[in-house]
Design a protein around this ligand. Structure first.
Ligand code: SDX
Length: 427
């Protein structure tokens, strides 16, 4: 037996199965089990894929025990504070940070591609105005596969780049239109003189005709600190290894469907409150708890095995330590507290939950820590964004990660159609 293999013994028959151990450049090794069924006639059983590596990837690395996150090898702490979201987009798509010229070209291209086809604008107006913006995002991106059907056939690196830049550029516009539609307001088209992140706030806030000014209901000119905060939030959400929605994107990629319906499937998967929808639920939950005095009662409910109540924004499949993105958001919250009149009551409730949970045996034993969603909502609320827009903002940040993972899947010579099996327990 070589020292680079693992041997499984079927103790019913003494049969031995030997498999290669694959070493990555960071993190756990993997046992190459792809011939296990052919060799043994048995399946491995792993509901929720807790111990399964579905692919090889060079994009994002997470160390759950240490609470470490890297995009293309660079630590998230450095990227979130020292680089713009557009630089991170280039890093995720191309594998390294852009030169000044590459960054300018990307910035210009995304500004030009921010507009939606007029047919899609009309289509979005047929959706009920009380629809959740996430349903508009998912439907809108599926419709984009009709307007840009040519992306079904990608040949050159330029084809891939154009397809990727197009969907990244249009996502904020689609999100802003979904919001404006939900409040019965006219759409504000992208302003080509504004940067990616500032443009999103502009399309949400401007008055018809594009006017921005201070007035009683809070419509206000966009402050640089708001653009910086939102840009950091986009960066923190940009990619996250093989999470549920990225797994869906790769599965749809494996059938050969249009790249934009893979992204639309990712949007639908992200919407769930166990995943990206948690950021909206965290604020709902903090509001429901209502005061610091009520926190103990809800912590008790979260610990009660007979109570389905869970602390939204807590726990993570991979992080068994603080989510590094949560740490960065917590620091950002402290910096913004005065500048953006953060809702200090909600912050106090959140801090009380964190204090108790991090010292309570139930959470310690299960290694449940605050995740990215626990803090993002308070900052987004301070940016004047309604709760219904929190997950669409997650979508804007994550689109580059989904498309980078989609492209990596397409170029992976080992990729096959996603087709797991089952343990049949029926009649
Ligand atoms: C995101 O995967 C990613 O990378 C996702 C994401 C990304 O960037 O793509 O990081 C974004 O989705 C963050 C997670 C947002 N979701 C929430 O905040 C929802 C609340 N969290 C949970 O639903 C849960 O923690 C999950 C879904 C996040 C993780 O679920 P797991 O890994 O399947 O863990 P589990 O459900 O098996 O829980 C293990 C134990 C259980 O207790 P026991 O049965 O062992 O007694 O921990 C308990 C759970 O009951 N538990 C919680 C809890 N989360 C887990 N108890 C109370 N409150 C919680 N939030």
């Amino acid at each position: 037996m070589s020292d680079k293999t693992m041997t499984l013994i079927d103790n019913r028959t003494g049969e031995k199965y030997e498999y290669p151990i694959l070493e990555g450049t960071r993190g756990p090794a993997a046992v190459d089990m792809r011939s296990f069924y052919k060799d043994s006639g048995m399946f491995s059983y792993d509901p929720g894929f807790t111990s399964t590596a579905s692919c090889k990837s060079e994009i994002t690395f997470i160390n759950g025990e240490k609470g470490e996150l890297r995009y293309r090898g660079l630590p998230i702490e450095e990227l979130a504070t020292g680089h713009s979201y557009l630089e991170v987009c280039h890093l995720l798509l191309e594998g390294e940070l852009p030169t000044e010229e590459q960054l300018q070209n990307l910035d210009l291209e995304l500004r030009h591609r921010a507009f939606l086809p007029e047919g899609l604008v009309r289509l979005s107006q047929t959706i009920p105005d009380d629809a959740h913006p996430m349903s508009v995002m998912s439907a809108g991106v599926t419709a984009l596969s009709a307007f840009y059907y040519e992306h079904l056939k990608l040949e050159t690196p330029e084809d891939y780049r154009e397809m990727a830049h197009r969907i990244i550029a249009k996502m904020p516009t689609l999100a802003a239109f979904a919001y404006r539609h939900s409040i019965g307001a006219t759409y504000i088209y992208p302003d080509i003189d504004r940067s990616f992140t500032e443009n999103f706030l502009y399309m949400l806030r401007a008055y018809p005709g594009g006017k921005m000014h201070r007035d009683p209901d809070g419509h206000r000119e966009i402050k640089p600190i708001e653009v910086e905060a939102l840009d950091t939030i986009f960066t923190l959400h940009a990619d996250h290894e093989q999470n549920a929605s990225t797994t869906v994107v790769r599965s749809v990629a494996s059938t050969g469907a249009h790249p934009y319906v893979a992204i639309s499937s990712g949007i639908s998967a992200l919407w769930g409150r166990a995943h990206g929808g948690a950021n909206e639920s965290v604020i709902e939950q903090l509001r429901m708890i209502g005061s610091v005095e009520n926190v103990d009662k809800y912590i008790a409910r979260a610990k009660d095995p007979n109570d389905p109540f869970r602390l939204m924004g807590f726990g993570h499949r991979v992080y068994k330590n603080f989510d590094p993105r949560a740490r960065i958001l917590k620091k950002l919250q402290d910096q913004l507290r005065d500048e953006l009149n953060l809702d200090t009551e909600l912050m106090r409730i959140a801090q009380r939950i964190e204090e108790i949970a991090l010292s309570d045996e139930y959470f310690i034993q299960r290694k449940l820590y605050p995740n990215i969603d626990f803090y993002s909502g308070i900052i987004l609320t301070a940016l004047g964004l309604p709760r219904s827009m929190f997950t669409p903002i997650f979508v804007i940040g994550r689109t580059v990660g989904w498309i980078a993972q989609w492209i990596e899947f397409k170029k992976d010579k080992e990729s096959k159609i996603a087709r797991p099996r089952q343990l049949y327990v029926g009649k």
